[in-house]
Design a protein around this ligand. Sequence first.
Ligand SMILES: Nc1ncnc2c1ncn2[C@@H]1O[C@H](COP(=O)(O)OP(=O)(O)O)[C@@H](O)[C@H]1O
Ligand SMILES: [Mg+2]
Length: 340
Amino acid sequence: MSEPTSRAAAGARIVLKDVTKVYPGQPGPAVDSFSMDIAPGELIMFVGPSGCGKTTTMKMINRIIEPTSGSITIDGQDILTLNPNELRRRIGYVIQQIGLFPHMTIAENIAVVPKLLGWDRNKIRNRVEELLAVVELDPKTFASRYPRQLSGGQQQRVGVARALAADPPVMLMDEPFGATDPITREKLQSEFLRLQEKLSKTIVFVTHDFDEAVRLGDRIAVLSDHSSIEQFDTPANILANPANDYVSQFVGHGAALKRLGLIPVHQASLGPNVAVRGAIEVSVNDSLRDALDALVLSGGTPVAVLNDQGRVVGSIDIEKISAVLGAEILPPALAGGVRP
Ligand SMILES: Nc1ncnc2c1ncn2[C@@H]1O[C@H](COP(=O)(O)OP(=O)(O)O)[C@@H](O)[C@H]1O
Ligand SMILES: [Mg+2]
């Protein structure tokens, strides 16, 4: 795979301070005094119900919507002092509706911002090919096609490639995978994570899907009406300690399972190597949720854990998994279930 990082600008710091938006004719603010400090290279998830102000908050960062009051800086620069068009060229933007230009080829779509920036033809062509490879679309097949000749998931990849074209330090992504089917969404999510590992952009990513937020985010802002921040923390901390009932509701059922999904097997203290080779195994890099899955299949018998070289380094069982979450293991006499 090609390596776009060589040129990549590291992410920028984004600071929002008391940012408020009141739409004309509306009784209250859509966004009420929103403050947040986003470190360079962070992937921040805004999660909240429809209408709570996620999109409005995000669109003020690239001035598609002008704030009513408050300040936003990118690397210390007040965005209100910048030319809006110039600002938008420095910020990649991906939306749910994808928004590819239907009368332009895929290559032309990706080249929109580089063209505006006056890159020469060779540089543009190379960049388009590089980006198509990054999002796993073969340039030979796809560069000259039109958007309607691609599936939804493929179009979404092009949307991401287009947003990355001029290598912006900041990306804004508004429910970018929301319209794709669950299987495509998972694929896009894992591709996106791999990409971000290399690119280290500063990304604000809006979703209404808490599980997506847990999977992707470095930190998650759980928002309620008027873009009020109910909790802003890492996925693990939010799952372990929801700040209030509103956040708990958003976390939904299965918080322990979701936490296990974030923790690799190597964080557990492993048991002795008792397992039979060829039986069910997990890797040290799998999640504890994968390990639990394997344990269900093994009937509860400890499961062998393999290192990167495929050698057994120990075993894992339910108690080892619970211990990582800090769960109390009740003695069998007390763990019998509900008592009258
Ligand atoms: N252009 C607009 N004019 C008036 N009200 C708007 C406009 N855009 C959004 N709103 C209102 O602002 C609130 C926040 O909307 P939005 O930011 O789109 O929420 P979300 O992205 O979380 O669904 C909603 O109540 C919505 O109806
Ligand atoms: Mg929205």
